[in-house]
Ligand binder design. Structure first.
Ligand SMILES: [Zn+2]
Length: 353
């Protein structure tokens, strides 16, 4: 018996030396300490022994059992530590490697200009209102003093869905809708930015789709002085503090009187340069006092209420501000063009491959 125990010890030590994985540890446990393992086998042989021998042998067997358990457990701990170290080694990150560039993208120049103009008007207490791009003839034209046979409609030919529905040629429909829905006649101060459409041939300065931003103020006692003061503030914030503006008489069906607004050239002051075509002045937008017919058709009494409206093309403002010479650049998504605006923010630049 004692010989057998010694043999088991030798075999166990040999086995422990030879195993390298945790799964082998489990096999070892079964082999020595399992129900049918080598040590259990010896226990079952005890039945044939004398009582004294049984006592002595039982003690030795117990020691063997404890010893083997301890040895196997120790080996298991060592293997677990090795495995963990390997895992840490393989899964570590090398933070000294150069990172993969991820393009952030940036705001489109048109959105940049819209945001800037919106901020100016919001700082003066205006709300931003949006309306449908598929508009009714009623709101796009008729309520704005442009009845169906009005010759000024020729300049605003558009894409028609049917005889009463069209792609809006101006965001003015939003003004008409705002006035009409304002039953309590509270003061209106809104801007409406958005896409508009006209039947036009695309070239460097024309596009069948472009963006407008209109402003409308309606209240009691709103005069041309209010309009001029507002325009001066907008022009200075957009083009520089020392800009002057001038009002030139013009014609729009929905305003009376109507004005084209020029601003002194931001490049040359008033000296004359290629941007201002040597005049010292640059035309930036159209405006005027809201026509009494428009007020009336939107539910206002023109004897009590007055107002002014401003309309500007976002593309024109952006072209002036950023020195862009072809309107089509805004729509063709050429990354070489858009990246120039990315750099304004110091953002990541797209790398085209
Ligand atoms: Zn100039």
């Amino acid at each position: 018996m004692k010989e057998k125990i010694e043999l088991i010890k030798i075999e166990l030590n040999k086995d422990l030396e030879n195993i390298n994985t945790l799964s082998e540890i489990n096999e070892l446990k079964v082999k020595y300490n399992g129900k049918k393992g080598l040590i259990s086998e010896l226990s079952s042989m005890m039945g044939s022994l004398e009582i004294e021998e049984k006592k002595e042998f039982g003690k030795i067997l117990n020691e063997l059992k404890n010893e083997s358990n301890e040895l196997i457990e120790n080996k298991k701990n060592i293997l677990e530590e090795i495995e963990l170290n390997n895992k840490l080694k393989n899964e570590c990150l090398d933070i000294t490697l150069p990172s993969t560039k991820i393009a952030n993208g940036s705001l489109h120049p048109l959105n940049r200009v819209i945001n800037e103009i919106q901020d100016i008007f919001i700082s003066m207490g205006y709300d931003v209102v949006e309306g449908p791009e598929i508009e009714e003839d009623l709101y796009c034209f008729e309520k704005l003093n442009l009845p169906k046979d009005h010759p000024a409609r020729d300049a605003q030919d558009t894409f028609y869905i049917n005889s009463e529905l069209l792609l809006r040629t101006q965001t003015s429909g939003v003004q008409a809708r705002t006035m009409e829905s304002n039953k309590e006649k509270s003061p209106i101060r809104i801007i409406c930015p958005g896409k508009v459409y006209r039947r036009d041939y695309d070239d460097a300065t024309h596009s069948h789709q472009f963006m407008q931003l209109e402003a409308l103020v309606v209240d009691k006692n709103i005069s041309v002085a209010n309009l001029k003061g507002t325009l001066e503030e907008v022009a200075r914030k957009l083009f520089g503090n020392d800009r002057e503006i001038r009002l030139r008489p013009s014609f729009f069906p929905f305003t009376e009187p109507s004005f084209e607004i020029d601003v002194t050239c931001f490049k040359c002051g008033k000296e004359g340069c290629s941007i201002c075509k040597n005049t010292g002045w640059i035309e930036i937008l159209g405006s005027g006092q809201v026509h009494p017919n428009v007020l009336r058709s939107c539910g206002y009494d023109p004897e009590v209420y007055t107002g002014f409206a401003i309309g500007m093309g976002i593309e024109r403002i952006a072209m002036l501000k950023y020195g862009i010479t072809d309107i089509r650049n805004f729509y063709i998504n050429d990354l070489r063009f858009l990246n120039d605006f990315n750099r304004i923010d110091g953002g990541e630049v797209y790398e085209t491959k």
